[in-house]
Design a protein around this ligand. Structure first.
Ligand code: CUA
Length: 367
């Protein structure tokens, strides 16, 4: 067996590529990185979860801060890389060049390159810290919405209007919304990138975050903290409406459910809901308590279904998927929820096709 000696190293054998070749390789690397970056930018246009399209004053604030930091970082990058390139090109090893004088430590230099970054960081900290405090403390007259994280869906309560809904949060435009957030089980994180920052939902604690939308529209969000098996399927929507539309929505949500007429498919669906175990977790609010199966709020751990069909999405705002009809999605979901959302606490109740069709008819009438 031959041992590898100093002269046998492949690095010793291969001569250094000429400078021009090395620079060409560097240029190719930089070029392909830029290409990849531009692909990422193109993707953003059809990515609903982007912080680069702020749609309200609080998201604007975060976006503004990002660009300040970005340009400072860019300036530092250009200066440092520029200096590196200059040094590499002008002080490279050449025939007959002496080894430079070897020194260890220079107090003057050490102080300079410690103080400059410290000053830059201190400068960035001023607007950052003030934004953090501003965005996590609400104005006194802000509209209040409670956000409660569950594995794996978001619940929204409107204490002033007495509304309890899920997955889709409806807000009026041009009005500050104060989110009072907590969690029912583990850590979650509520994040609607176009409208606000993100913050933890902590069991047993209340955290605040301000949100506001400038224009009517639908804004997408996501749970931003790993919270178990179906974390990636814990999504959220915020729908911003003009004042009049919002008031009409509130009126509809406040209305109680109506009991379907006996003998209709909706009635059959309601019977499935009552007799097959759905009521263990889900609430439907009727006007007349005797006709209802309202559970106490404490026992409740599934979304309120009183106005289920008024929400364009369900199952943690993941369904219907693109190209899927609402009915087909509901059928898939009700047939086997844990198959759609792994780990789902909504069990497979082994419903028959008939029962599922009836449930869909009844749920569809819960506008
Ligand atoms: Cu909730 Cu991730």
């Amino acid at each position: 067996m031959k041992l590898v000696g100093p002269g046998d190293s492949p690095y010793d054998a291969a001569p250094m590529a000429p400078l021009r070749q090395r620079l060409t390789r560097l240029a190719a690397l930089v070029g392909s990185s830029l290409l990849l970056a531009s692909c990422a930018v193109m993707e953003i246009e059809d990515a609903p979860l982007t912080t680069f399209e702020p749609a309200g004053p609080f998201a604007d604030r975060i976006d503004g801060l990002f660009w300040v930091v970005f340009w400072i970082a860019t300036a530092v990058f250009v200066l440092v890389m520029g200096a590196v390139i200059v040094i590499v090109v002008f002080f490279r090893d050449k025939e007959g060049r002496q080894e430079p004088k070897q020194t260890h430590g220079s107090p003057k230099l050490e102080v300079v390159w410690t103080v400059i970054p410290a000053l830059i960081l201190a400068g960035i900290a001023v607007p950052t810290v003030s934004a953090v405090f501003d965005l996590t403390g609400c104005s006194e007259d802000a509209m209040q919405i409670e956000v409660i994280g569950h594995q794996w869906w978001f619940e929204y309560r409107y204490p002033d209007a007495g509304i309890d809904t899920a997955n889709v949060m409806v807000i009026p435009v041009d009005e500050e919304v104060c989110l009072e957030m907590t969690s029912d089980d583990v850590l979650h994180n509520f994040w609607i990138p176009s409208l606000m920052g993100k913050r933890y939902l902590v069991p047993g604690q209340t955290t605040l975050l301000r949100m506001q939308a400038d224009e009517p529209g639908e804004y997408w969000g996501h749970c931003a903290e790993f919270c178990g098996l179906s974390h990636s399927l814990m999504r959220a929507r915020v729908v911003a409406m003009d004042g009049a539309d919002y008031d009409a929505w509130v009126g509809r949500q406040q209305a109680p459910a109506t009991l379907p007429a006996e003998g209709t498919p909706e009635w059959d669906g309601y019977q499935v809901f009552v007799n097959k175990g759905c009521v263990q977790c889900h609430t439907v609010r009727f006007d007349d308590d005797s006709a209802s199966n309202v559970l106490s709020a404490d026992a409740f751990n599934g979304p309120d279904l009183t106005h289920f069909a008024s929400r364009a999405t369900f199952a943690g705002a993941t369904m219907p998927e693109q190209g899927q009809t609402y009915e087909a999605a509901l059928k898939e979901w009700l047939s086997d929820p844990p198959n759609v959302k792994p780990g789902s606490f909504m069990p497979n109740l082994a419903l028959t096709e008939q029962e599922i069709d009836a449930l869909i008819a009844w749920l569809g009438s819960n506008q």
